[in-house]
Design a protein around this ligand. Structure first.
Ligand code: GDP
Length: 296
């Protein structure tokens, strides 16, 4: 099935079909349509600019200029560039370390960290037969600790208690110690978020990272955040060596441009997508399928 973008480009090509050959200005018109499609999907502006520059380089070559079907040739280039940016295939969790493998969850408040921590616990228990411990280092919101307790029980994971009067790094050390003593395969660490990026939050999560030495540091980001996702991703990437991304709320009505922005900015693979509020609403991320959705 032709995408909306392919149709638009074909229409442009029909308008110029009387010409002997396609010109650079025709290519510029087509690139404008690609740019619009990406912006409509809420891909961040700097990411769109870089993307268009890369496509332009290729589009001015023989493949488009010399083609009998330049519209389709250009869509081919766009699709390949999208696939190259988004990453091909699927990237599973890396647990290749001396157990317990620590997974650190990072992201803004409301992104879906706590829910996703439990979803991951369930994934690891059911699909990879792991013994999983969860802990919350969010000492600012007592409700967050309780929430993790509840969802961990739903996931069938053991939950390590923490309290708001503790320091996050002390919680992390105690949980790691417990996980080692009781032979857990994986320790999932939920962390505090803020409504916006702030220095104290970044310092805290950097300290947690140093204490825990996680094999996975996952950035959890809301697909509905659109343009803002790019700024958040940039700040977290500067603070932490991210190993993967989890895109939540992909069941919402966003066109999914956040995926492209976050992937381009962090360079880290998107490993999972949240698809509902439920404990089993987590899918291994399929980059190709998602790329199709961005073009509409
Ligand atoms: P946190 O502050 O980052 O820990 O965020 P929460 O885990 O508390 O999630 C915030 C809200 O987003 C909750 O109402 C979750 O049920 C909801 N949520 C999380 N992931 C998803 C998802 O993939 N799809 C939908 N529809 N809702 C989600």
């Amino acid at each position: 099935m032709a995408s909306a973008l392919t149709e638009k480009l074909s229409r442009l090509v029909k308008q110029i079909s009387g010409q002997a050959r396609i010109t650079e200005s025709n290519v510029a018109d087509m690139l404008r349509e690609v740019r619009m499609a990406l912006l409509e999907a809420d891909v961040a502006l700097p990411v769109v600019r870089d993307f268009i520059a890369r496509v332009k380089d290729k589009a001015l070559g023989q493949e488009v200029m010399g083609s009998l079907k330049p519209g389709q040739a250009l869509v081919g280039i766009v699709n390949r560039e999208l696939a190259a940016t988004m990453g091909e295939g699927v990237a599973d969790l890396n647990l290749a370390t001396q157990p317990p493998a620590v997974i650190l969850m990072a992201g803004l408040q409301g992104a879906g960290k706590t829910t996703t921590t439990a979803k991951l616990a369930r994934h690891l228990i059911t699909k990879r037969k792991k013994k999983v411990l969860t802990v919350s280092a969010d000492v600012y919101r007592p409700a967050a600790i309780e929430q993790l307790k509840t969802v961990s029980a739903q996931a069938g994971a053991e939950w390590f208690p923490s309290t708001p009067d503790q320091k996050p790094v002390d919680i992390a050390r105690a949980a790691l110690d417990y996980a080692k003593k009781h032979y857990f395969d994986v320790l999932l660490v939920d962390t505090a978020g803020r409504l916006a990026i702030d220095e104290a939050l970044m310092r805290e999560i950097t300290e947690l990272h140093a204490v825990l030495n996680p094999v996975e540091t996952l950035f959890v980001v809301d697909a509905m955040q659109g343009q803002d996702a790019a700024n958040t991703a940039k700040a977290f990437k500067e603070a932490l060596p991210l190993t993967g991304i989890i895109l939540t709320k992909t069941d919402g009505d966003s066109r999914g441009g956040a995926a492209l922005s976050v992937r381009a900015i962090t360079g880290a693979p998107i490993k999972f997508a949240g698809t509902s509020e439920k404990i089993d609403g987590l899918e291994v991320f399929d980059a190709e399928r998602h790329a199709g959705r961005i073009l509409g």
